[in-house]
Design a protein around this ligand. Structure first.
Ligand code: NDP
Ligand code: GDR
Length: 383
């Protein structure tokens, strides 16, 4: 059987890297689009790299950008993909308020560029397109839990751009009979989640605080609730969506929701640190109420920092700088359709996810501790 060919935009991102791994294991030839940057930006996919001098490579990268139609059209023409996974986007909701026009261009019009290239190149019969849609489309709560039929009410320039992308995908499916689908994915995380998304910001900070490398974790809205899943389960579903008999739109979620505050407790809990919160609004703080030393010693092992110093200390605070002009308070998805029609079953729980992220960040921060003890300066990013 001939090898299938996939093209992934956003291959250097969290989902792009997991999806590339997944498709390579399935025997695909995987092409990816990466942006030119002044420094290397391929950390997440370096383990998949193949020397361009080797023949019959099955992992090939192309320079490109979602804002450049000619570039995208040329790549699609060259690659002649069976499947396109359009994952590229400026994906940070808070940042989208600072650069709304760019986000409309890359996240919204960028999707049109992909669909139109497929059409103009006469590939509508051959090429199936997956569009990375988002639970942010639901925005202001209209219905709980959210399904494929729940009305949209976007609350950020990011979500508004993604709403255009959602509908242009539906339109190309209906107008040109394309196999184009939206996966409406709820938040999904992993050890390679971008460091400025809240889960990763928390797991990194928890690890740093436990090693004495950071004083405090500053967060925005602790009451926000998200339906958090594992990226590995979600990229598998992206593939399943394109293997379905009919092109449709799908909600992918776990069906449970957790507040940011509770996620913080879970992350510190992994380290044996029991956090309690007091105060309200911007005055709210999280302090260390108890430390299970047996657990702490078990997971941290041989730190030069005495974790008992943390007892009673306030290590979480609210900084209104992280509030958004308009917030999405509560997301909880109903994945019944995906489970019943495609047989999707998530393999990871939120507990597994937190453990995996904490284990990985602890390992990373131990490197920092080692460097610090060797006299090197450690960079601190608190975004
Ligand atoms: P990331 O932010 O980790 O990755 C985004 C990718 O898009 C990166 O490879 C980035 O490149 C690339 N990119 C950004 N702008 C451009 C551009 N102008 N041209 C070309 N490439 C660009 O996101 P995730 O992997 O988490 O998410 C993947 C997709 O799924 C995104 O579209 C996101 O909006 C959507 N989504 C994500 C969810 C989640 O919870 N993770 C949930 C629902 C939807 P670079 O590395 O150079 O920055
Ligand atoms: P989100 O993810 O906006 O849901 O978008 P993020 O992790 O950024 O925020 C989740 C919730 O946590 C609150 N929050 C903070 N968020 C960040 N980033 N930093 C903080 O300090 C902080 N404090 C509280 C936020 O206000 C929010 O309510 C993600 C992205 O991956 C999108 O691309 C994707 O479409 C959606 O998930 C589904």
């Amino acid at each position: 059987m001939e090898q299938k060919v996939a093209l992934i935009t956003g291959i250097t991102g969290q989902d792009g890297s997991y999806l590339a791994e997944f498709l390579l294991k399935k025997g695909y030839v995987v092409h990816g689009i990466k942006r030119r940057a002044s420094l290397f930006n391929t950390d997440r996919i370096d383990h998949l790299y193949q020397d361009p001098h080797v023949e019959n490579r099955n992992f090939i990268l192309h320079y490109g950008d979602m804002t450049d139609s000619m570039n995208l059209t040329r790549i699609i023409q060259e690659v002649q993909p069976d499947e396109i996974y359009n994952l590229a986007a400026m994906s940070h909701v808070a940042v989208s308020f600072e650069m709304p026009e760019y986000v409309a261009n890359a996240d919204g019009t960028g999707t049109l560029r992909i669909l139109e290239a497929v059409r103009l190149l006469g590939l509508t019969e051959k090429t199936r397109v997956y569009q990375a849609s988002t639970s942010e489309l639901y925005g202001k709560v209209q219905e709980i839990p959210q399904t494929e039929k729940t009305p949209f009410y976007p609350r950020s320039p990011y979500a508004v751009a993604k709403m255009y992308a959602y509908w242009i995908t539906v339109n190309y499916r209906e107008a040109y009979n394309m196999f184009a689908c939206n996966g409406i994915l709820f938040n999904h995380e992993s050890p390679v989640r971008g460091e400025t998304f809240v889960t990763r910001k928390i797991t990194r900070a928890a690890a740093k605080i436990a090693l004495g490398l950071q004083e405090k974790l500053y967060l925005g809205n602790l009451d926000a609730k998200r339906d958090w899943g594992h990226a590995k389960d979600y990229v598998r579903m992206m593939w399943m969506i394109l293997q379905a008999n009919e092109p449709e739109d799908w909600v992918i979620a776990t069906g449970t929701t957790t507040s940011v505050r509770d996620f913080v407790k879970m992350a510190f809990g992994y380290l044996g640190i029991e956090l309690a919160f007091k105060g309200t609004g911007v005055e709210e703080v999280g302090f260390v109420e108890n430390i299970d030393m047996k657990r702490a010693n078990e997971v941290i092992q041989n730190s030069t920092f005495n974790i008992q110093n943390l007892l009673g200390r306030e290590i979480v605070a609210v900084d209104p700088r992280y509030f958004r002009p308009t917030e999405v308070d509560l997301l909880i998805g109903d994945p019944t359709k995906a489970k019943e029609k495609l047989g999707w079953v998530p393999e990871h729980t939120l507990n597994d996810l937190v453990d995996e992220m904490m284990e990985s960040d602890l390992k990373l921060m131990k490197k920092d501790e080692y460097l610090k003890n060797g006299g090197y300066t450690i960079m601190n990013y608190f975004e």
